[in-house]
Design a protein around this ligand. Structure first.
Ligand code: 13P
Length: 265
C-alpha cells in the first residue's frame, strides 16, 4: 500500500510572532507543495492562532506540540484538545522525549510528577482526548543511548507503544502517526544511520501487526523518523520502505532547509 509521506516541523520553544510569521512566509515561497506529501508545522501554542491565518490558503497543516487530556476545568497553564481544535489544529505531538521527562522517571518530587513527568498513562489519555476532537496524534517513541547500549531498543519501544495504545482498538488507530525518535539523535547532529532507522521503524510496524488483529492497520499507519534530520540526510531516510517521512526539529527553523527536506519526501 502506498502511504502518503508526511514531514512535520517541531519548532519546540522557539520564535516570536514576527519571526514565526517571517519563517512561514519564507518557507511557503520556497516549498513546492505536492499532493503526495503532507506537511505539518508545529509552532509553540502562542503562535497557533496567528499561523492558522497565515497557513489557511496553503495546504500546510497546523500541529501542536502537546495537549492536556481534560476538556476544560481547573488545570492552570494547560491547553485542551478542544482548544486546539478550536484553533484549527489537525495534528498534535504526544510523548516527545522532552515532555516524557526521561520516560516518566523524573527525579522531581512526587507532587510535581503528575504534571511534569509524562508517563505512558498520561500519553494514552492525551491520545484519547485528541481522537475525541479528530486531531491526529503523532506519538513519539525512542530509546536513550544507555538503553541502546544495553540492547534494550526494541523492548523500550514496545513498552512505550504498549503503554500508550493498549486501551485502543484497531478501528480507532487508522488516523495515527508514530515518530521514532532515538533520544541520542535529538538535537545532537548525530542522525541514526538510515538502515538502522529503517530496521527500528520496521520493528514498530511489526508491533502493530502482532498487537492488532487487522491486516490493514500496519500498512496504513505512518511511521516517521526524527532526530537530526537535515536536507543532507532526508532523502536517504525517506527512501526507506518503512520510513514515511520525518519529524524535524532544528532544521525546521530554517526555511530553505525545511523546504528541501519536504522536497526529499
Ligand atoms: P532535531 O531535528 O533538532 O534533532 O529534533 C528532533 C525532534 O526532537 C523533533 O521532534
Amino acid at each position: 500500500m502506498q502511504r502518503t509521506k508526511l514531514v512535520a516541523g517541531n519548532w519546540k520553544m522557539n520564535l516570536l510572532q514576527s519571526t514565526g510569521s517571517a519563517l512561514v512566509e519564507a518557507f511557503l515561497q520556497k516549498v513546492e507543495l505536492r499532493q503526495d506529501v503532507d506537511v505539518v508545522v508545529c509552532p509553540p501554542f502562542t503562535l497557533l492562532g496567528r499561523l492558522r491565518d497565515e497557513l489557511r490558503r496553503s495546504h500546510v497543516h497546523l500541529g501542536a506540540q502537546d495537549v492536556f487530556w481534560a476538556e476544560d476545568g481547573a488545570f492552570t497553564g494547560n491547553i485542551s484538545a478542544r482548544m486546539l481544535a478550536d484553533l484549527g489544529v489537525s495534528h498534535c505531538i504526544v510523548g516527545h522525549s522532552e515532555t516524557r521527562g526521561r520516560f516518566g522517571k523524573l527525579d522531581t518530587s512526587e507532587t510535581t510528577l503528575p504534571y511534569f513527568g509524562e508517563t505512558n498513562e498520561t500519553i494514552s489519555l492525551k491520545i484519547q482526548a485528541l481522537f475525541y476532537q479528530s486531531i491526529e496524534p503523532i506519538l513519539c517513541v525512542g530509546e536513550t543511548l544507555a538503553e541502546r547500549k544495553a540492547g534494550q531498543t526494541e523492548s523500550v519501544i514496545a513498552a512505550q507503544l504498549e503503554g500508550a495504545l493498549s486501551g485502543f482498538d484497531a478501528a480507532e488507530l487508522f488516523f495515527f502517526i508514530v515518530a521514532y525518535e532515538p533520544v541520542w539523535a535529538i538535537g545532537t547532529g548525530e542522525t541514526c544511520p538510515a538502515d538502522e532507522a529503517e530496521r527500528v521503524c520496521s520493528f514498530i510496524r511489526e508491533w502493530f501487526k502482532n498487537k492488532f488483529n487487522d491486516p490493514d492497520l500496519p500498512e496504513q499507519i505512518r511511521i516517521l523518523y526524527g532526530g537530526s534530520v537535515k536536507a543532507a540526510n532526508a532523502k536517504e531516510l525517506f527512501n526507506k520502505p518503512n520510513i514515511d517521512g520525518g519529524l524535524v526539529g532544528g532544521a525546521s527553523l530554517d526555511a530553505t532547509e525545511f523546504a528541501t527536506i519536504v522536497a526529499s519526501a
